[in-house]
Design a protein. Structure first.
Length: 305
C-alpha cells in the first residue's frame, strides 16, 4: 500500500480546497492508510474514521441518485418503471437504517467504511430533528417529480439510447487524472447526446464540472459540441435548466482547473510521491458555515465554536 495517496483532481476536491486547507489536509492526506489499524498511528486512524462520517443531506442525496439510477436501469432492461410509492418507501426505509446504524458507534468504529454514522448523531447536533423533517418533505417531492422530468420524457421514447449510468471514468488534463462520473448520459433520436445531472436540493449555480463532462463526451464519443446538451434536473422543484458548452466555456474551465492543480501541487513536498508538506502549511480557514458541519471538528483546535 502506497505511503501517500495517488494524485488526482475532482470538483469535490477543489471545493474542499477552497473551503478550508486544514480540512483538505485531514481528508486527503492525514486520513490516508488510517484503515490499517495495526500499523497506522492513532491520529491516522482517527482521521480516517471522521472522514467516513456522513450527514442526513448526503445520505438522502445518495439515496435519491440511487432511486434515479434504479428507475433508469429498469427502463434499459425493459422492465416496468418502479412505482412512486415503492421508491419513497425504499428511501424512507434506508434513511431509517442509516439512523439505526448511527446508534451503534462501536460497530462504526470497527468498520467505518461499511457502516453509516451520521455526524448529527455523532456530534449530538441540535439540527437533527429539523433536518429529519426537511428530508421527509424532500423525499416525497423528489420521487413525485422524477417521472415528470424532461429527461424521463426522453427516456420514454424507444428511440432514446442510454450510453452511461453512474459510470466512473477519467480524463487527462494538465498531466492530471480528472475523475468523471455522470449521473446519466443518453443519445436522442436526432443524434444529440444529453448529459443529465440530478439535483435533490435547492437550485444553485451551474457547475464547472458539467463543462468538463462536455469536454469528456466530445473526446470519448467523437461528437461536436453542438451535439452535446447539458441538463440539470432539480427534482425538489420539478424544474430544469439546459446549457450548451462552447469552446470558450471549456477553455475557461480548463484554465480554472489548471490553477487549482497548480495551487494544490504547491502544497506537496514531493510531486512524484504526492507527499504533502507539513500539516502547519495547510492553514485553517475557520468560519461558522464551514466549521458547523465539518467532520473533523473533533480534532481541530481552530474551529469556530
Amino acid at each position: 500500500m502506497a505511503q501517500y495517496p495517488q494524485w488526482s483532481y475532482s470538483q469535490s476536491r477543489a471545493s474542499m480546497f477552497d473551503e478550508c486547507l486544514r480540512k483538505y489536509y485531514y481528508h486527503y492526506y492525514g486520513a490516508h492508510n488510517g484503515w490499517k489499524t495495526e500499523s497506522a498511528d492513532e491520529m491516522q486512524v482517527r482521521l480516517y474514521r471522521l472522514k467516513q462520517l456522513s450527514n442526513l443531506y448526503l445520505v438522502f442525496g445518495d439515496l435519491a441518485h440511487r432511486m434515479c439510477e434504479s428507475a433508469v436501469r429498469s427502463r434499459e432492461e425493459g422492465k416496468p418503471k418502479p412505482r412512486e410509492v415503492f421508491l419513497e418507501k425504499t428511501i424512507r426505509d434506508l434513511l431509517n437504517q442509516a439512523y439505526k446504524e448511527s446508534m451503534n458507534p462501536e460497530q462504526w468504529r470497527l468498520n467505518p467504511k461499511n457502516h453509516t454514522m451520521l455526524s448529527e448523531i455523532y456530534y449530538g447536533d441540535d439540527t437533527l430533528n429539523d433536518r429529519v423533517a426537511t428530508i421527509k418533505e424532500r423525499a416525497g417531492a423528489c420521487v413525485g417529480n422524477l417521472y415528470q422530468t424532461l429527461t424521463w420524457e426522453d427516456l420514454s421514447r424507444a428511440s432514446t439510447t442510454i450510453l452511461e449510468i453512474e459510470k466512473w471514468d477519467t480524463m487527462q488534463l494538465h498531466d492530471t487524472r480528472v475523475y468523471v462520473k455522470m449521473d446519466l448520459l443518453y443519445r436522442r433520436s436526432n443524434g444529440n447526446i444529453v448529459i443529465v445531472d440530478w439535483k435533490t436540493g435547492k437550485e444553485d449555480d451551474f457547475s464547472d464540472q458539467l463543462i468538463l463532462y462536455a469536454s469528456y463526451v466530445r473526446e470519448h464519443y467523437q461528437v461536436p459540441l453542438e451535439q452535446i446538451e447539458i441538463r440539470v434536473e432539480y427534482l425538489l422543484t420539478g424544474k430544469h435548466k439546459e446549457f450548451a458548452a462552447t469552446e470558450e466555456d471549456i477553455r475557461k474551465v480548463e484554465e480554472n482547473v489548471g490553477r487549482y492543480i497548480e495551487e494544490m501541487r504547491s502544497c506537496v513536498a514531493d510531486e512524484y510521491y504526492n507527499r504533502p508538506k507539513d500539516m502547519s502549511y495547510f492553514t485553517p480557514m475557520p468560519s461558522h458555515r464551514a466549521c458547523r458541519d465539518c467532520n473533523f471538528r473533533e480534532v481541530c483546535s481552530e474551529r469556530v465554536v
